[in-house]
Design a protein around this ligand. Structure first.
Ligand SMILES: Nc1ncnc2c1ncn2[C@@H]1O[C@H](COP(=O)(O)OP(=O)(O)OP(=O)(O)O)[C@@H](O)[C@H]1O
Length: 333
């Protein structure tokens, strides 16, 4: 990865709730998180529910004070910094946090007046395709429309760094495209964008750098190409983050269709991790994925396994390895 100045750095950030004297004791939510972001890049944080993504963003924005570690946002400690830093940062929270009684036009004009060099409102309305509902009370807007208002509110101050917590949650494909295009424009303008998402296709498409969080720790990080390569340049951040890479070159994902259900014993005997593809069920006709086929020996061992269990797949296809494959590898218990 190129070494540019950072717009955000979290080093060994810990965050705990509760106290030793309370009934539940202390619960550590972040256990030493390292995340960095550069201007002109989209940095994506992914991880299962409860991994600590929102808590990481909250520490990065100065909304929470870490119990240990350091946070620098545009060179300052965001928890102690004043209004000057806040004016350079845009934030779109997961629950929007929008006032319900006013229409978007009133809200955005008000927020715009709080900034010295606001983004021209007409341009933002145009880019986010908001003109149809600009004068409707926010309470009456659909989830996707509210989402776009929240994004506009995060951008109206013309920020250098933008935090977006699940920006495309609840959006239909067309609105999602509008938001994706805008995120790409923000990146091209040299802003730093840090976002969380559960949509791994979205992460794969937008991310310059991905951080995968699990149980309050970054378990892997790198570019999408690094994370999905056979011999990857991605960084294993936790001891258990390694995936046992072997050969150089692009890794492939093999998908086979099983004409019958596979037993737990058969799956246990597989030479490589075999997982149901997507949300499929273990039944006749199920699609099974093997996510890290790096050389012919892998294919040979799979073939021996099929022979051993007496299974003739009705279909075999190779696909490129995706971020979703990496996600499943590192999020397996
Ligand atoms: N103030 C708090 N007190 C107790 N537990 C908390 C608190 N804040 C967060 N948690 C817990 O910490 C864990 C991480 O929460 P966080 O919201 O950061 O996860 P997340 O990765 O953003 O999850 P999701 O994908 O569901 O949005 C969760 O188990 C959550 O319940």
């Amino acid at each position: 990865m190129s070494q540019q100045p950072l717009c955000l750095s979290l080093r060994q950030v810990r965050y705990a709730v509760g106290s030793a004297r309370s009934a539940g004791g202390v619960t550590e939510i972040l256990s030493g998180v390292d995340v960095t972001a550069q201007p002109g890049q989209v940095t994506v944080i992914i991880g299962p529910n409860g991994a600590g993504k929102t808590t990481t963003l909250n520490c990065a924005q100065g909304l929470l004070r870490p119990s240990a570690g350091t946070v620098e946002l545009l060179g300052e400690d965001p928890y102690r910094a004043g209004a000057d830093l806040r004016a350079r940062v845009g934030v779109m929270l997961q629950d929007g946090g929008l006032p319900q009684a006013v229409p978007p036009a009133v809200l955005l004009k008000h927020v715009s007046r709080l900034h010295q060099n606001p983004w021209p409102l007409d341009d933002l309305v145009d880019r986010l395709d908001m003109s149809d509902f600009l004068t409707t009370g926010i309470r009456r807007l659909s989830g996707g429309q509210k989402q776009r208002v929240a994004l506009a509110a995060a951008l109206i101050g013309d920020p250098e760094v933008v935090f977006l917590d699940e920006p495309s949650a609840g959006l239909d494909p067309q609105s999602r495209q509008v938001v994706f295009d805008l995120i790409e424009q923000l990146r091209d303008q040299g802003r730093g964008i840090v976002l969380t998402t559960h949509l791994l296709e979205e992460a794969q498409r937008l991310a310059d750098t991905v951080f995968i969080l699990k149980d309050g720790l970054v378990v892997r990080h790198g570019t999408v190409a690094e994370l999905t390569a056979a011999h990857d340049g991605a960084h294993d951040d936790a001891q258990n983050g390694t995936t046992g890479q072997r050969a150089d070159g692009p890794a492939r994902r093999l998908v086979f269709v099983s004409p019958r259900r596979l037993t737990p014993e058969e799956l246990h005997a597989a030479p490589l991790p075999v997982q149901l593809d997507g949300a499929g069920a273990n039944q006749a006709g199920a699609r099974w994925a093997v996510s890290d086929i790096a050389d012919p020996a892998d294919f040979g061992s799979l073939s021996s396994w099929w022979q051993h269990i007496g299974l003739m797949p009705s279909e075999i296809t190779f696909e490129s390895r995706t971020l979703e494959d990496v996600f499943w590898e590192v999020s397996a218990p």
